[in-house]
Design a protein around this ligand. Structure first.
Ligand code: 13P
Length: 336
């Protein structure tokens, strides 16, 4: 695969007014979400739920791609059509989560490093055959007393860069995700400092591993106040500080940046993205790759009647996609 083809996919992922829906929860994570609304976490319920999301009418108007979990990429609609095919027919690019999750970092209590590099070359080959055109790897950085350590940041950046290089070798666009968690009572300045160090380390590692930035997408966490910080930054402060942090760390050559929602409310995730785009023009398209902020309202509705509430839950998914698509253009109008 040439760099031109990778670049073309990356650009399509951040096409104007479109973003990504993240539905790549591992079976453990989706169980937690299902438990929260009283749905049994069976393979069939997971399949039915992902079918609901992926067959939302006109989802492709605002969604360029969806990140799936291994099981989902192998599943089909009730009518027997593989999900990857349904997505392509709706103009939605299939993506796949390829990391194996964060594991405790030996010697560094309270810190984790994402695993999954062993055998990744072979897995990527198979995922490409199954139709995946981009892949995601999430590193998790926590803020706390004396953490994150430089070792944790470097170990995660190294793994992200190794994964990204392997993706490009397989003709798959890497979506590199170093998530700085919102958990904690730290202030927004601390989040800024940590995010800046993390992004500097990541782009240095990508450079070291010969990763082509033209064929790479960054999935970033926003610069926000810790969840338990008594002083919560305003929408404009979050937007201004996130933009400043990205501008000082991320090369302009990158085709685009998408954000995770990370536990923000639906409204906040949309408002922050919208504010950043209103503050543009920016060096890159800024869009979304939300999981919870795209799905939680729909999941709640669906859980009340999983046979009868499919259409109404899909309307909610579409509404969230539309709001976030407008926010990616800086054209969202709050209903509040
Ligand atoms: P959230 O938007 O729920 O944080 O999920 C996005 C994601 O893919 C995290 O890896």
């Amino acid at each position: 695969m040439s760099i031109d083809q990778l670049a073309e996919t990356a650009q399509a992922m951040v096409a104007a007014g479109k973003g990504i829906i993240a539905i790549d929860e591992s079976n453990n994570t989706i169980k937690k979400r299902f438990d929260g609304v009283g749905i049994e976490c069976t393979e069939e319920n997971r399949r039915a739920y992902r079918e609901l999301l992926l067959t939302t009418p006109r989802l492709g108007d605002y969604i360029s791609g969806a990140i799936l979990y291994d099981e989902t990429l192998r599943q089909k609609t009730a009518a027997g059509v593989p999900f990857a095919e349904v997505m392509r027919a709706n103009g939605i690019i299939p993506g796949i989560k390829v990391d194996k999750g964060p594991m405790p970092l030996a010697g560094f209590p309270g810190e984790v490093c994402t695993e999954g590099l062993d055998g990744l070359r072979e897995r990527l080959k198979e995922y490409a055959q199954l139709g995946a055109r981009f892949a995601k790897w999430r590193a998790v950085i926590s803020i706390g007393d004396d953490i994150p350590s430089g070792t944790c940041i470097e170990a995660n950046s190294h793994a992200l860069a190794r994964y990204a290089a392997l993706c490009q070798e397989a003709g798959i666009v890497p979506m590199v995700e170093p998530e700085v968690l919102m958990d904690g009572d730290h202030d927004i300045d601390t989040c800024y400092e940590v995010t800046e160090v993390v992004l500097r380390s990541l782009f240095a590692a990508l450079y070291d591993q010969n990763v082509m930035l033209e064929g790479t997408i960054l999935k970033a966490s926003m610069v926000v106040s810790g969840k338990d910080c008594p002083e919560q930054a305003s929408v404009d402060e979050v937007a201004e500080m996130t933009l400043r942090c990205l501008k000082t760390t991320v090369p302009a050559l990158l085709p685009g940046i998408v954000f995770l929602s990370g536990g923000q409310s639906d409204e906040a995730a949309t408002a922050h993205l919208d504010a950043m785009n209103r503050m543009g023009p920016n060096p890159w398209p800024l869009s979304f790759s939300y999981g919870r902020a795209m799905q939680s309202a729909a999941l709640k509705l669906w859980s009340k009647d999983i046979a009868g509430n499919v259409a109404i839950a899909q309307q909610t998914v579409f509404a969230r996609a539309k709001d976030n698509g407008l926010a990616a253009l800086g054209q969202w109008v709050s209903a509040a």
